[in-house]
Unconditional design. Structure first.
Length: 198
């Protein structure tokens, strides 16, 4: 039995849990999420202890594999609707920047994107469940980056959107220009050294 799977998921105040069969609905101040449990796992909400308990239905290999995973996903849902998730991204590069245009995130990262009205920008549709907060709209050289934060209650959606944005212009290894995560360390390479002729 999974050690993580055996740990109950503590439910904070303000979070409502509804488990009907395999369907789990979690709602809180940050939003609402639903997920269907795998057939080999069951979950029960203990109202007195304010905790969700996850159990394998049978001692099979698949049950053992999904026991801890199911518990972790439910814990992520509870944290998401109570505290939310966020991913901060930085854009380094002279003239690079970001802005919001309705439900589109517009990026200026040095080359044009397909289907964009502004030929120097990428227009990325933002899912309804996400909020984008622009902290610094334009980068100042390679020292001060443009900054924006992706926020939402679904950890998977937040992470997926941030990864897709970063993939547009990953940081290059010489000057570090491009889009990176706030906690990402970019290892820089040394450029070519030219020896002076004798």
């Amino acid at each position: 039995m999974s050690r993580i799977g055996k740990k109950p998921v503590a439910v904070p105040d303000g979070v409502k849990i509804d488990i009907a069969g395999k369907k789990c609905n979690v709602s809180g101040p940050k939003g609402q999420l639903s997920w269907e449990l795998p057939e080999c796992v069951s979950a029960r909400y203990d109202d007195g202890a304010k905790a969700i308990e996850v159990h394998p239905v049978a001692e099979t290999k698949q049950s053992r594999a999904l026991h801890g995973t199911s518990r972790a996903l439910l814990a992520n849902m509870v944290r998401g609707v109570s505290q939310g998730y966020e991913r901060r991204l930085l854009i380094y590069g002279t003239g690079y920047g970001c802005k919001l245009d309705g439900k589109f995130l517009c990026l200026n990262v040095g080359f044009m994107g397909r289907g964009s009205k502004d030929k120097s920008q990428f227009r990325i549709p933002v899912p309804d469940s996400l909020d984008i907060d622009i902290e610094t709209a334009a980068a100042r050289g390679d020292i001060e980056p443009a900054k924006f934060v992706v926020r939402g209650c679904d950890k998977q959606v937040v992470g997926q959107f941030a990864a897709e944005v970063r993939k547009i212009r990953p940081p290059e290894p010489y000057k570090g220009k491009g889009i990176r995560y706030d906690d990402e360390h970019v290892r820089k390479k040394q450029g070519k050294a030219f020896a002076s002729g004798g």
